[in-house]
Design a protein around this ligand. Sequence first.
Ligand SMILES: NC(=O)c1ccc[n+]([C@@H]2O[C@H](COP(=O)([O-])OP(=O)(O)OC[C@H]3O[C@@H](n4cnc5c(N)ncnc54)[C@H](OP(=O)(O)O)[C@@H]3O)[C@@H](O)[C@H]2O)c1
Length: 330
Amino acid sequence: MPDAEEILVLGHRGLLGQALVAACGGRCQIIEGGREVFDLARQPLASAPAGGLAVGQAQAQASLGCLRARLPVMGQEASQAHSRLDVLRLALKQGRPRLVFNCLGYTDVDRAEREPQVAEAVNGRGAQAVARACAEAGAHLVHLSTDFVFDGQEKRPYREDDPPAPLSAYGHGKLLGERLVAAELPGALIARSAWLFGPGRASFVDKVIAQGRTGRPFPVVSDQVGSPTYTADLARALLDLGGRWVGGVLHVVNQGQASRHELAQKALELAGLDPGLARPAHTDLAGGGARRPAYSVLDAGRAARVLGAPLPEWPEALARYIAGRQEEGA
Ligand SMILES: NC(=O)c1ccc[n+]([C@@H]2O[C@H](COP(=O)([O-])OP(=O)(O)OC[C@H]3O[C@@H](n4cnc5c(N)ncnc54)[C@H](OP(=O)(O)O)[C@@H]3O)[C@@H](O)[C@H]2O)c1
């Protein structure tokens, strides 16, 4: 298992990235800033970033999962970086991480339908750039992917070797990323997860609780079933898997399954609100949103065998998350 200082978390400001930084006790490496210094949407393998970058040590409070301070260690050399791939190369050269988590991603599933080329650049070629830089530097890569690579026609939890057939531009971009990463760095771990909730960025669960607080009923789809997953549990599992240098594709999710409606009702109940406010509804694509799989539960049996135990059941994980939220007064 590498020390936290030997780990680079890409996408440290995102929902999962924040959980990984917290799981590292805030001592992992990050590339300072976000897409303003490192925008993968435009020619990730070729064009120039504006300005430089700084590789810093994340000083996070594990309990809050937020970055408190950074110690830039790069100067002139950074401003000479001339492509996004070079930015990554430089980060790996400076920080010499042994383990890299790629939590960068274009994650707005509906918006991806309107700008599929941007989603593909970030989730496809962007992922390829990360994998190439890791391959050159000899760093192990854990790359994040999604249940949305499946079409949802299956009647049992999806296994790693089930054929992917994405329904959305987001899913297509993520599948392209999986394939490009595997081609660049065959030893990389491609960890598919799903339906994330956790502190730091508003997810479905937080939006449901906010809606519930209005006291007015609201519709939630009951015809999409998946694997709700707590970022804190996922981050711990990913660190463990990364430290074992596991490669290939693995499904990493909390145990159990739920429809969006069941998840919403449980979240409301745990937040002390009326679960009946969430009214079951059918998926409606009239507004031009992305198609989502009706059933995308992931079978995480293989990860459980590697880890020695499955991740906790999602309702228990959700209870921990909501209790933590309430302690912080959210
Ligand atoms: N959320 C889910 O339910 C879910 C489910 C399954 C799989 N996943 C996968 O898990 C990973 C992490 O997801 P997440 O929910 O933590 O994502 P998130 O909260 O949306 O964070 C995404 C990160 O990617 C960065 N990013 C976005 N566009 C970028 C661009 N053009 N150039 C450079 N950086 C860019 C963001 O930077 P900024 O800080 O600048 O915003 C942020 O740090 C992704 O690969 C996602 O596909 C997520």
